[in-house]
Ligand binder design. Structure first.
Ligand code: FAD
Length: 450
């Protein structure tokens, strides 16, 4: 029987371990903490259901949808409401709806008249020869202009990566958009020629969570793994002769397992702390340099009448040029049912990120004062919240900055030099939950097929 040890029970490690177990592997999944799911964490309290990490996931492949179906999670899936299609950007004291079509775009105050004209020139912008790897800010400025950077790309980047467009790599952080320029010479031409469209009949992506929140996914995967999962495990030794030998401490005892496959599914900064064989440790040492900025997610409940805004959307993103103190605010109780008690609404704000890292680590009192000011200005919120839930993610989301390819090359090298070693996680192949899930499943299938 083939065997695998997987280290790290975030969504990527859980997906890889479950796929291998289903393929007949003898699997051991080792998790340092006392819970599974990593960044995924749902809190149900006082009639509210709060996600302290990801609020939602994009289900974008049939394979992943079938995987959830096989897990028995099909009936638990909760699709986003229609209003989730509406997105807002805060501009000059107003929440401006992101235009959803060309007609609305021309009427929208999101970009200035000059900004709209500049954006329309995009199909005629030539790509300079011998262009070095470019930051997202440089790419967007060059193709679409400053206004599009300030009021479209920058807030979007804060919403997805809590990142800085001047540092994020266009090629690595937004590969599909970057590829449009290479293939079609223009983003607009590429979009018209179907560069972003999927083949007819292919799976239509949906935004979803679960009735009991995102935590339902790791919980179900953990249930499937049963006693193949060890929580509270400290890996004490990893060596390799013709097979991998992994030792760990858990439940007050020493344990070990031999395996053909070793999967590291821990965050990039945690790899160097693992007791890896010397050559792998050296090759992978610099992975801890991938930046993970701190982010506080602060969820607050209000009575509906305390909020001046219609909350008819997914949420509002705040551009850096507006100089406010939140990156954005989600409207979870508008997007999904059963997130707040009757007559109440739930708002989730994100504070910190690459833009204002020091704001993420303020005290609860300071955060509450900050948030009340921000919510009053952005959404017309008055009075005290009826509910609060705050989580500081000290190392929240990996940044695919310019030069990220060097880290990916280190990983490829370590895998080539150490047969049976695989690294996976949100620093490789996408940060979104849906991408991590798909990447974990695909890695499991790839290994099983070898
Ligand atoms: C605040 C926040 C909001 C987000 N919002 C969204 C969203 O709305 N939609 C979306 O798609 N994505 C979102 N994301 C991103 C997404 O949640 C993550 O990218 C994804 O969940 C990461 O999964 P992972 O398995 O790669 O890593 P992780 O979740 O980081 O899991 C890694 C696991 O490894 C374990 N580990 C670490 N060291 C060791 C060790 N030495 N031994 C054993 N185990 C170890 C950790 O305890 C952890 O359980 C958000 C992330 C954050 C932080």
């Amino acid at each position: 029987m083939k065997s695998a040890v997987v280290i790290g029970a975030g969504i990527t490690g859980l997906a890889a371990a479950t796929t291998l177990k289903k393929a007949g592997y003898d699997v051991r999944l080792l998790e340092k903490s006392t819970r599974t799911g990593g960044c995924i964490q749902t809190v149900r309290r006082d009639g509210y259901l709060v996600e302290t990490g990801p609020n939602t996931m994009m289900l974008s492949s049939l394979q992943t949808a079938m995987f959830l179906g096989e897990l028995g999670l099909g009936d638990e899936l909760l699709l986003s409401s229609d209003v989730a299609k509406n997105r807002y950007i805060y501009k000059g004291g107003e929440t401006v709806a992101v235009p959803t079509g060309p007609g609305k775009f021309f009427k929208s105050p999101l970009l200035s008249a000059k900004g709209k004209l500049r954006l329309m020139k995009e199909p005629f912008v030539k790509k300079p020869a011998n262009l070095a790897e470019e930051s997202l800010a440089s790419f967007v400025q060059r193709r679409l202009g400053q206004d599009a950077l300030d009021f479209m790309a920058e807030p979007a980047v804060s919403g997805i990566y809590a990142g800085d467009p001047k540092r994020l790599s266009a090629q690595h952080a937004f590969p599909k958009i970057h590829e449009l320029e290479n293939r079609y010479g223009s983003l607009v031409k590429g979009a018209f020629k179907g560069g972003m469209r999927k083949a007819p009949g292919s799976f239509r992506a949906v935004m979803a969570t679960f009735k009991d929140g995102m935590q339902a996914l790791p919980a179900k995967l953990a249930e499937r793994l049963g006693d193949a999962l060890t929580l509270g495990a400290t890996v004490t030794a990893i060596s390799r002769t013709d097979r991998w030998l992994v030792s760990w401490e858990a439940d007050g005892g020493q344990h070990s397992a031999e395996a053909d496959t070793l999967i590291l599914a821990v965050p990039a900064y945690a790899v160097r702390d693992l007791p890896l064989p010397e050559n792998a440790k050296q090759t992978l040492f610099d992975l801890h340099e991938i930046p993970y900025p701190p982010v506080t997610s602060f969820s607050v409940g209000y009575r509906r009448e305390q909020v001046g805004h219609a909350l008819d959307g997914f949420g509002v993103l705040v551009p850096a040029v507006e100089q406010r103190k939140v990156l954005g605010v989600l409207f979870p109780s508008s997007v999904y049912s059963d997130r707040a008690p009757e007559g109440h609404v739930l708002l989730t704000a994100f504070i910190g990120g690459m833009r204002q890292p020091t704001l993420a680590t303020l005290s609860e009192e300071e955060h509450l004062a900050l948030l009340k000011t921000e919510l009053a200005a952005i959404l017309g919120v008055t009075g005290e919240p009826t509910f609060t839930e705050r989580t500081l993610w000290r190392k929240a989301i990996p940044q695919y900055n310019v030069g990220h390819g060097n880290f990916l090359a280190m990983i490829d090298k370590a895998e080539r030099e150490n047969p049976g070693l695989h690294l996976c996680g949100n620093y490789r192949g996408g940060i979104a939950v849906g991408q991590c899930l798909t990447n974990g499943i695909e890695l499991g299938h790839k290994i099983a097929a070898q």
